[in-house]
Design a protein around this ligand. Sequence first.
Ligand SMILES: [Zn+2]
Length: 233
Amino acid sequence: MTVALTFDDGPDPIWTPRVLAALDAAGARATFFVMGSAAAAHPELVRATVAAGHDVQLHCYAHVRHTLLSGSELEVDTDRALAVLAGLGVTPSRWRTPWGVLGPRTESVAAARGLALTHWTADTEDWAGERSTVLLARVADELRPGAVVLAHDGVGPGARRSGCAETVALIAPLVAAIRAAGLEPGAVPTMRAGVRSSYDGSKFESPFEVRTVPRTGAGPSPPLAAAAGARPC
Ligand SMILES: [Zn+2]
C-alpha cells in the first residue's frame, strides 16, 4: 500500500537536486507538480527528475489562484505550462492547482485536457519554516494507505522560509516512518480514466482524490480559506 510523496513549486536549481538526492538515498519515488515557468528556466532539472524515475505533473505556469483568473487566462496559463512540459517529453495526467484552489473554470479546463485534479491528504506545511521534526510530527498520524503528503521543493509565493533544507531533512525520516507503518512511499498512482470522488470539505472519500467541488464565487475554496492567503502549495 502506497503513501504518495508529492513536491510542489519546483523545479528549483538549489533545492530540487537535493530533494532528488534525498529521495534516491531513501530509495523512494515521488510526484513533482512543477511550475511551467520554472521548468522552462531549468529544463535539465525536469529531465533529471524523470530520469531518476519520478513522476512529473502539472502545477501551473504562473503561480496564481484560479479564482483570480478569467477562463481564457486560465487556459493560456495551463496550455503554456503544458507546452513547456511537452517540449520535455512530459505529458501530465494530474493537476494540482496553486494553493489547491479551484476557480469556476478549473474543472472544465482540466477535463478538456485530460487532467485529474489532485489534492493532498497530509500537509507538512513546510513552507512555514519549521524544523523537519515538526513537519514529520505534523503528518505522522496521517500516514495511511492512500495518503498523499504535500511538501515543496521550491520556495513559492507566501512561503515563510528562504530555502527547502528542512524539506530535504524530512525525507529520510518520513520514508522511514512510512515503511515502519508497513507502507511504501511512491508517486501518486496513475488515475483510472473517469474515476472521480467527491470532497466533503475535510476528508477525501477515496485515496488519491479528485476534488470536484465546483467553485462559483471569488476567493479560495472553503476548506483552505483560513490559511490560503499564505500557503505556497
Ligand atoms: Zn504551489
